[in-house]
Ligand binder design. Structure first.
Ligand code: SF4
Ligand code: SF4
Length: 365
């Protein structure tokens, strides 16, 4: 059982590309008792997967004691835990060491640090580097998650700077998609990194995700149209019921087996092809466009209805992530580093990523 918990929407930053519009003013958060209950329920679900909790936000380090308590509870249940952060707290080696030692001892296995040019307005790269290097020194697996626009890939762009200054066990670079924070001015269209045509990949990162109000969705990217991927409400339903819906709901099965392109193809047949773009930043870009465009959403709703067309028996597309992955050195389950092939350079086009580690840009820390 693998579940993501959005502990809080509060964040030290207000990144332009943050589709969840996290900010210092937000106050919504999961209550600690709710977090514990969800973890307890998750531990009772046997779906063949290891018990694992992804803790995200907002910025979960803003309430460090709640973060510590959640990780400790997951650890007591025997679950693995990863956590996403923007690393604002890593101001000195001493602070980073003190916090990460406590989290490691409580059970933190993986620290994911998010970066982008939007993050850099709020968090210096020195803090990101410090968080990653202290975590690695303490034996915590590390991941760098970088959200990029086209200009960031220039020879002297931000990706080159990350390449020179940052390192992590896993590195995952993915495009910013045009679902920005609610009060952000739009980016020029040519700022987005896109590939021509409809993205053929299947859903790269489905996971039961609990939002701060207790609702559950099948995606860790907080879509601007949350109802599209909603699968329940943990305030009124058990996680076991939601988990069954997650596994069997038609919309989720279509995304899992075919990807959002299945909805797009049907939309073209129905005469709505003009609403689609010529290029996309990956399946999540297309998926969110479908979920937030009324005509496309209606097509997806019809296909997802119980009497919709049978789309769930065959698989047409290989799983393809929206990420531009650069290199990966994975650890085996005993925590020792397995030497993977270390790719030279942070280059677009390499796509090897730890299961469930990718997500649409701008979501969580
Ligand atoms: S936005 Fe992406 S990860 Fe989320 S459900 Fe859609 S395709 Fe899957
Ligand atoms: S993208 Fe991450 S760091 Fe930036 S505002 Fe959103 S949650 Fe905070």
């Amino acid at each position: 059982m693998h579940i993501a918990l959005i502990l809080t929407s509060r964040c030290t930053a207000r990144c332009t590309h943050c589709s969840a519009s996290c900010s210092p003013e937000r106050t919504d958060a999961l209550l600690p008792a709710h977090v514990e209950r969800l973890m307890n329920e998750a531990a009772l679900i046997d779906d063949g997967e290891d018990l694992h909790f992804d803790i995200t936000g907002g910025e979960p380090f803003m309430d460090f004691e709640q973060l510590h308590a959640a990780i400790a509870h997951a650890g007591k249940l025997g679950g693995g835990v990863s956590c996403v952060t923007n690393a604002f707290w890593a101001r000195t080696d001493a602070i980073a060491t003190e916090k990460l030692t406590r989290l490691r001892d409580a059970g933190l296995e993986l620290l994911s640090v998010s970066v982008s040019r939007f993050h850099e307005r709020y968090v210096p790269l020195t803090s990101v580097r410090r968080a990653l290097s202290v975590a690695a020194h303490l034996g915590i697996e590390t991941e760098l998650k970088g959200a990029i626009t086209r200009r960031d890939l220039a020879d002297d762009g931000i990706v080159a700077k990350w390449e020179q200054t940052l390192d992590a066990d896993q590195i995952c670079i993915f495009p910013v998609i045009p679902y920005l924070r609610s009060d952000a001015p739009p980016l020029p269209d040519d700022e987005y990194y896109r590939e021509p045509g409809l993205p053929k990949g299947r859903c790269p990162s489905e996971i039961i995700t609990i939002e701060t109000n207790g609702t559950a969705s099948s995606c860790c990217g907080q879509s601007p149209e949350p109802g599209f991927l909603r699968i329940g409400d943990t305030n009124h339903e058990s996680l076991a019921v939601i988990h069954e819906r997650f596994r069997h709901a038609r919309r989720q099965r279509i995304l899992r087996r075919h990807g959002p392109i299945a909805f797009a193809r049907r939309a073209i047949e129905a005469g709505y092809g003009h609403l689609l773009r010529d290029a996309y930043g990956g399946p999540c870009d297309l998926c969110i466009q479908i979920g937030s465009t009324p005509e496309l959403r209606r097509i997806a709703d019809e296909m997802s209805a119980p009497d919709g067309p049978d789309m769930t028996t065959t698989t047409t597309n290989k799983r393809r992530t929206p990420v531009i992955d650069m290199k990966t050195v994975k650890k085996n389950s005993s925590g020792k580093k397995k030497k993977g092939k270390k790719k030279k350079g942070f280059k677009p086009g390499m796509k090897t990523v730890r299961k469930n580690s990718s997500k649409p840009a701008g979501t969580g820390a």
